[in-house]
Design a protein around this ligand. Structure first.
Ligand code: ZN
Length: 1019
């Protein structure tokens, strides 16, 4: 029963103070604040400000005694100094500049406030954190940090529990609040400006208790680039009454709401800056503010399944804090405050989750916003939002006027209740913080594993280093063995996390021989060891381990991806070692970033670099723009080494220059006295365009991000640019049309052309919209002119790469002959890693890509291929082979009644077996008038398919699978002189699928030789 989740979190209404009862408290729940919310009668209030609070709040019950007044101060300015009105005033959304200006005024005016810079965004805007506490705490920040550091890393006090208890009784916890990561959820900055003021100024016992015992840390704006753009848009909307206005197309420079899915890959600056701040301050909480659900949904408690790598101590803390929050706000008379809901806490990709995976407490509010507008609007809710349920006994109202001020009241009240709860129970939560940190260290020898080992003899040192750098960004310690060593591993079922090209047949051995329980594996010196006996072991384990989401899990709607196993997605091996002896291996902590070794060995006019799928190879091609680079079309041996198909042969680069470039990029070059005798073709630095629509720019952002990281230059163009460029080939060789939303028709049609133009343009009215993507009117789509231009681009030799969403567009509009799209049917996949198999390893698209790579499938989509136009799926008649309904068993033949058995001459030949990834061979009938038969050199060439059903699931959720297994997922569809390369999986996604990037990079580097190694059908 779902309600069992409630039990652990029942708030104990106790009148006990926080002192002198700690044993009792630790055994039970923790009490709400012993102080009554409300103003101090001895402190004057700011009458004018308070009047406006009441004026802008639409109903009295949308206020609480915590925020229905503003204390006055003679020295500290209120937010109105910067805003010109109070926080949450109608029609006022401040830019980051104004928010920062105010926070810095506070810093100047109050010894209780300090503003620090915590880094910049992709577009160079500043991120800040504001610390607020009593004068005494602020003066002792460093001593406090030093105490918290000991709790954060119990190794530093020799895991001394008594010492930890002593510190927990002295130190002040740090509660880190992060605002408006999702830019159209725009209310938090003003709420946080006012909250900072209250915390600095209010002398009520309730607030003073917080200030005296806890350090509040606030990043008022997480997504600063998006913040300034959403304010631009809102101002544009206000300046153009009666006109339609665009939604916020670009939030951050790369992605929109996916900026809150980056806490695994850590690719975005905002993620890195927030985690660095959390770790640096040794904070206990990250509390992230969102706005989409009425009126306050504390979704930290959420629903199952819970993330399986977390300490139950933290999941119980969610319950305690969350239910206290609901209880206290209900007590204050605010309707619509609830927890539980439908958010599962499985994925650790959310920003707030960085606290949970780093021994703290993750928290998240959804309050009610007006979608990026600061207007006061009438809001009508759906019955599902206003119904009374067991976890929402006091639901939101069906129809109310809703203001930004209401939202700010809820945000501030909830935060004050939470701050008060942690301040009043600080000893308990600091003790928990210590225990969670300690248990993360002990984990190596209790639940395990002891370590993950990444062998020095990897085939892919560059990608291995990239994986280890992700762990380093997560503040995970990485060590390196100084001598060879061996560990014992389970003989079977010891899934190692990631493959480097081994075949999957070994899975057939599962469950075979249980007599041989262990096996020994040796690793060379220099192998990397990720020890689990370290404070941040949980994030390492969560990223390197496998995920299993049961198809019959009661949670039917996973909130995000269900599988993410990093070694699999990167295509490198990380061996999960339970054998604790691995911890005694001689090793050294790695200082500085992990980098793969590189450089050129030997001398000679030709330098060979093995194509191992390390993405730095593509970077090298563009760095040495004028170099002569060739791809070997067959494997070869040289310099006593084996080189894969696709390996680079480089000429005419000064030795020192090539040595330096390969050293910096972690690529191993071997100089040869003469070129190997192998067929080659040129690898050119293709001119790349990334094409986007004006309706869906989220998921393609990860592609741009990846290209920028790899330093591969590209032009960022819109469908409108393509419509206006008849000769696309003159400008580009490859057009990448990444994953996109919307129907194929909407890509061509764009938005409705009625009403007014909607500019997305850098202008005096909207100065924060980037010049890197702009248009006078976002409404027109690709149009038929653009479609014709694209068709011609491919026909003349261009390469168009398409992905989920854009692949459907290419198929629907006839750009990809013989390719169809299959949904998963009855099978279920939700953001899972599935096993792939190489079908045609001679295709340049497959160069360096390992067999049995794990690929990210959002929903199980796949392709089917045919050698006839419109020619359905596989099998003789376009469907799977099998006998029709009739007499006998499944393998018998039918018998027609009333006539003799057929003579052999009437029997049709037995059709050839056609696998789901193959095209059915053509019969004589088809060739009699082959109008719809695609000529052999124009037929789709399948590069990659899903594996057999038995091996299909790598990580996450897979229900069924028969409609997915064995189907094509990467197809090269020639069209006249060019190619359309189709992906049904997303090869470039959230920085977590590094192993499949090269499928796209190969299409770029081999754009004019994609037919290499192709075997044509005879008819
Ligand atoms: Zn949000």
């Amino acid at each position: 029963m779902r309600s069992s989740a409630f039990a652990a979190g029942v708030v104990l209404l106790s009148l006990l103070g926080s002192d002198g009862a700690s044993n009792f408290l630790r055994a039970q729940a923790a009490p709400a604040s012993p102080f009554t919310p409300g103003r101090s009668p001895s402190q004057p209030i700011d009458e004018a400000y308070t009047r406006k609070i009441r004026e802008y709040t639409t109903e009295p019950f949308f206020l609480s005694p915590l925020v229905d007044y503003l204390p006055a101060s003679k020295t500290v300015p209120t937010p109105s100094v910067v805003l010109g009105d109070i926080a949450g005033a109608p029609n006022k959304l401040p830019y980051s500049k104004e928010v920062y200006e105010y926070m810095r005024l506070l810093d100047k005016a109050s010894p209780r406030v300090q503003v620090v810079s915590i880094g910049t965004t992709e577009e160079g805007r500043e991120m800040i954190a504001v610390a607020i506490a009593s004068e005494a705490l602020m003066a002792g920040l460093e001593q406090n940090r030093a105490m918290l550091a000991k709790l954060a890393d119990p190794r530093t006090i020799g895991m001394n529990d008594a010492e930890a208890t002593r510190i927990a009784g002295l130190a002040a916890p740090v509660y880190y609040i992060t605002g408006t990561i999702h830019s159209p959820e725009a209310g938090a900055p003003t709420a946080l400006m006012e909250l900072a003021y209250r915390l600095a100024v209010d002398e009520s016992p309730y607030v003073k208790n917080i200030r005296d015992h806890l350090i509040t840390l606030i990043t008022p704006i997480v997504e600063v680039d998006g913040r300034d753009r959403v304010v631009d848009l809102f101002k544009w909307h206000m300046a153009h009454p009666g006109e339609t206005w665009p939604g916020l197309l670009y939030w951050g420079h790369y992605v929109a709401h996916d900026n809150n899915r980056d806490a695994m890959g850590m690719t975005l600056k905002l993620t890195q800056n927030v985690l660095n701040t959390y770790v640096d301050w040794k904070a206990q909480v990250i509390h992230d503010l969102h706005e989409s659900v009425p009126y306050l949904y504390d979704n930290t408690i959420g629903d199952g399944p819970y993330n399986a790598w977390l300490d139950p101590l933290v999941t119980n803390e969610w319950q305690m804090i969350g239910w206290n929050n609901v209880q206290e706000m209900t007590r204050l008379g605010m309707p619509g405050v609830f927890a539980f809901g439908n958010f599962d806490t499985w994925s650790p990709g959310y920003l707030m989750f960085m606290a949970a995976t780093h021994n703290g407490i993750s928290r998240l509010y959804e309050t009610f916003g007006n979608g990026g507008s600061a207007e006061t609007l009438e809001r009508t809710l759906s019955p599902s939002e206003t119904s009374r349920t067991w976890y929402r006994q006091n639901p939101p109202l069906p129809k109310v006027m809703w203001s930004l001020r209401n939202n700010n009241n809820y945000e501030q009240t909830g935060l004050l209740v939470s701050l008060s709860y942690i301040a009043s129970n600080r000893r308990l939560f600091l003790q928990n913080f210590y225990e969670k940190s300690k248990r993360s260290i002990l984990k190596a020898k209790t639940e395990g594993p002891a370590a993950y080992v990444l062998s020095a003899d990897t085939r892919r040192p560059g990608t291995q280093a990239e994986l280890l750098r992700v762990l380093q960004k997560q503040h995970v310690e990485v060590s390196r063995a100084s001598a060879p060593f061996s560990v014992s591993l389970p003989a079977r079922g010891g899934r190692t996390g990631g493959r480097e090209g081994g075949r999957t047949d070994s899975l057939a051995n599962r469950g075979a021989d249980s007599s041989a329980r262990t096996t020994t594996r040796s690793f060379p010196a220099g192998s990397y060891i990720v020890r689990i006996d370290q404070p941040y072991s949980r994030i390492a384990d969560a990223l390197l381990d496998y995920q299993y989401w049961a198809p019959n899990d009661p949670q039917r709607t996973p909130y995000d991806d269900t599988g993410w196993t990093f070694p699999e997605g990167f295509g490198v091996e990380a061996v999960r070692v339970v054998d604790a002896k691995v911890l005694d291996v001689p090793m050294q902590r790695v200082t500085g970033e992990v980098r793969a070794p590189g450089g050129v060995t030997g001398s000679g006019p030709v330098v060979a670099i093995n194509h191992n799928g390390d993405n730095a190879l593509a970077t090298l091609r563009y760095r040495l723009k004028t170099a002569d680079m060739q791809a070997a079309e067959e494997p070869f041996e040289a310099a006593g080494r084996k080189f894969n198909r696709g390996s680079f042969l480089i000429r005419n680069v000064p030795a020192a220059e090539l040595d330096q470039a390969t050293r910096e990029l972690g690529l191993a070059g071997y100089a040869l006295s003469q070129a190997p005798s192998v067929k080659t073709h040129p690898l050119r630095a293709a001119r790349v365009a990334v094409m986007h629509t004006w309706t869906s720019t989220q998921t393609e952002g990860w592609w741009r991000q990846a290209l920028d990281v790899m330093q591969i230059p590209y032009d960022y163009i819109s469908v409108q640019d393509v419509a206006a460029t008849p000769d696309l080939n003159a400008r580009w060789d490859v057009i990448l049309f990444g994953p996109t939303g919307g129907s194929p028709q909407s890509i061509v049609a764009g938005l409705p052309m009625w009403r007014n133009p909607m500019p997305w343009k850098n202008s005096p009215e909207t100065p924060n919209i980037g010049t890197w993507a702009q248009t006078d009117d976002i409404r027109p789509g690709l149009g038929f002119a653009g479609l014709a231009n694209l068709q011609q681009f491919v026909s003349r030799g261009g390469v168009l790469v398409v992905a989920p969403g854009s692949a459907a567009f290419a198929v629907q509009f006839g750009l990809a002959n013989g390719v169809g799209i299959n949904s998963a049917g009855q099978s279920r996949v939700v953001g899972s890693l599935l096993r792939s198999r190489l079908v045609d390893d001679a295709s340049p698209i497959a160069y360096g890509v390992i067999d049995s790579l794990a690929v990210l499938s959002e929903d199980g989509e796949s392709f089917s291929v045919s050698n006839r136009l419109g020619g359905g799926g596989f099998g003789r008649f376009g469907g799977p082979a099998g006998r029709p309904t009739g007499r006998g068993t499944a393998s018998d033949g039918d018998v027609v009644q009333g006539r003799p058995a057929l003579e052999p001459r009437f029997e049709a030949p037995t059709p050839a077996t056609v696998e789901p990834w193959q095209v059915a061979p053509l019969g004589d009938d088809a060739m009699r008038n082959p109008l719809n038969v695609i000529p052999p050199d124009q037929r789709p060439r399948v590069v990659l398919r899903f594996s057999a059903q038995r091996d299909l699931l790598v990580s996450g959720l897979l229900g069924g699978g028969s409609e997915i297994a064995d189907r094509p997922i990467v197809v090269d569809a020639p069209r006249d002189k060019g190619h359309v390369v189709l992906f049904s999986i997303n090869p470039i996604y959230r920085g977590t699928t590094i192993g499949s990037y090269f499928l796209v990079l190969n299409a770029i580097l081999n754009f004019d030789n994609l037919n290499a190694g192709r075997k044509l059908d005879v008819r």
